[in-house]
Ligand binder design. Structure first.
Ligand SMILES: [Zn+2]
Length: 560
């Protein structure tokens, strides 16, 4: 019988017996007398990691579903405490694999990419930073709770941030301004705490980097993001290209947007709205949308349709927003059950449709690579993982009438405009983090100033008017990635550049584009970023001219 989400469980790992299990692994690996024996020890290790990974993912999901639940908080705290110990045991075993004189044989069977991943993992951990990692994880949880605690009174309703967000694209200009002001009013109230949490995080990360022999956290941060086949200078070149090609185009787009909205200038509170009468909204509620999503995926590809039906049947989607629920959306994976889980906060806007296209893209990839490969090769690094999600947003363009009927064209226009406008914001977030970790002793005020500089460099038209906290450089405090996953942010822009290539391919031949997409999902984490990109027939975002092509086509579609 199929297990539903509610029936899934995983026992909290007991450190003593886990320690024993790892001791056994090390002993058996050292004592193995044949290649087959050595491989079976690696398989046992993989199984232990799958069990732990399942517990970890369940704890994370249940905490996000209700950040106020005491049991969930306790489990999350427990996870923060033991995670680094598990990492240290993994690293010890990985070191054995890397140093083994049988490595060539093992590499033949397990693939050389797994060894590259392990070498990278080993370079990010040392027992001397174990306690720092515990503290880092707890601080990141504290940030999540603080932001999820928002209860904002707005026009007679008490809302969390996701609930408030829909009013920031209201067709009534005064409503959206008031909603944005309320959003930043909340942030200003907790801003001091956020600064304190971030300051501690930056300090911890810098110390860890020094202990690991790095000059600052930038290098360690890149390794933690498993960037195996590109580096800082590639990323800097990409940012420059966005500055050169996309920033002027977005300025033009804002001009057009102002015309469409019938206003003089697009202010901070207008940025998310593209039409005078409001952005198209999905034509139904949560339950209706589930049905439409099923129709969309069946229509798109029977493999994706079948997968989505399974997700619904096994209740692997939590989409409605609630008080106490963590913000944002994500997809996680229960390795023992071989299934993903999707988390979101529906608020009745077109953003809800992105959950079905973006998060289901992640989920479908995880499910497609759920076979007998090593757990480390199920998911790729995040840069590549975001290609699966962001590409599905584009590949489903022809199906958007299922949610928006006659407004589907308008939705596509808005989505494309949003995709383009996102690139400068995304690279700004990346550049910002470089500044942060290159100057780890900067004061909170200086950090806000750094963000303000990034806004004037990459989003020169952005005008916050009299929303003082945003105008002074407070916006970055809403971006959870900077707290929980440093240097993640650039991944979205790299993946967007790839996803837009799928859009181009889809215009030429949808069936062929989809075949390549499904193929990429099956590859999962079998290779590093640029290899996966090449295997999917895409051009690397770091290759000269790559951005030109997608940006030109987008400009054509938007301005014609
Ligand atoms: Zn994603």
């Amino acid at each position: 019988m199929e297990t539903t989400y509610a029936q899934m469980n995983a026992t909290e790992p007991d450190l003593d017996s886990l320690g024993q299990a790892y001791d056994d692994l090390n002993r058996d690996f050292d004592g193995a007398t044949s290649g087959a024996e050595r491989l079976s020890v690696v398989q046992r290790w993989d199984q232990i990691r799958r069990e732990f990974g399942t517990w970890e993912a369940l704890v994370g999901a249940r905490f996000a579903q209700d950040t106020t639940c005491e049991n969930a908080q306790t489990a999350k705290g427990r996870h923060s405490e033991i995670r680094p110990t598990i990492t240290s045991m993994d690293v010890e075993f990985q070191k054995r694999l890397l140093a083994s004189k049988h490595r060539p044989d093992l590499q033949q069977s397990l693939g050389s990419h797994a060894f590259d991943i392990w070498a990278n993992d080993v370079s990010t951990f040392d027992p001397c930073i174990e306690q720092d990692l515990v503290s880092e994880s707890k601080l990141s949880t504290e940030y999540t709770q603080l932001i999820a605690s928002a209860k904002i009174n707005f026009r007679g309703e008490t809302l969390n941030l996701a609930g408030l967000r829909k009013y920031t694209t209201d067709k009534d200009r005064s409503v959206r301004k008031e909603a944005l002001a309320a959003t930043y009013g909340f942030l200003e109230g907790v801003g001091g705490d956020v600064d304190r949490i971030f300051d501690e995080l930056v300090g911890l990360r810098h110390d860890m980097a020094l202990k690991m022999g790095c000059e600052n956290f930038v290098e360690l941060g890149y390794r933690r993001m498993s960037r195996l086949d590109y580096g800082r200078s590639d990323v800097a070149t990409f940012r420059r290209e966005v500055l050169r090609q996309v920033v002027p185009l977005v300025a033009q787009l804002r001009g057009l947007q102002a015309e469409r909205l019938g206003i003089d200038k697009v202010m901070g509170w207008d940025a998310g709205l593209y039409a005078k009468d409001g952005n198209p909204k999905p034509h139904g509620d949560h339950d209706w949308m589930l049905k439409q999503a099923q129709l969309m995926f069946d229509d798109l590809d029977p493999r994706i349709g079948k997968f989505f039906a399974m997700m619904v049947r096994r209740e692997l989607l939590d989409l409605k927003t609630r008080e106490g629920k963590a913000g944002g959306g994500f997809c996680t994976y229960f390795a023992d059950y071989g299934v993903p889980f999707v988390f979101a906060n529906f608020n009745g806007t077109d953003g809800d449709v992105r959950v079905f296209t973006h998060e289901i893209g992640h989920a479908f990839q995880g499910f497609s690579s759920s076979d007998d490969r090593l757990l480390d090769c199920v998911w790729p690094s995040y840069d590549a993982a975001e290609i699966h999600s962001m590409s599905l947003e584009f590949l489903t363009y022809p199906q958007m009438d299922k949610f928006f009927a006659e407004e589907a064209g308008e939705f596509r226009w808005n989505h494309l405009a949003g995709a383009l406008a996102f690139l400068p914001y995304g690279v700004a977030g990346d550049h910002f983090q470089h500044l942060i970790y290159e100057e780890p002793k900067a004061s909170p005020a200086r950090r806000h100033e750094m963000w303000r500089q990034m806004e004037s460099k990459y989003m020169p038209d952005l005008d916050w008017g009299d929303i003082g906290y945003a105008a002074k450089g407070g916006r970055w405090q809403f971006q959870g990635h900077y707290f929980g996953a440093p240097f993640y942010y650039i991944d979205y822009t790299l993946a967007q550049t790839c996803a837009m290539q799928f859009w181009l391919a889809c215009e030429e031949d949808q069936a062929a584009a989809l075949e390549r997409y499904v193929g990429l999902c099956k590859l999962g984490g079998n290779a590093p970023f640029q290899t996966l990109v090449a295997q999917a027939g895409l051009t690397s975002p770091f290759e000269e001219g790559c951005l030109d092509r997608v940006v030109q086509r987008a400009a054509q579609a938007l301005f014609s």
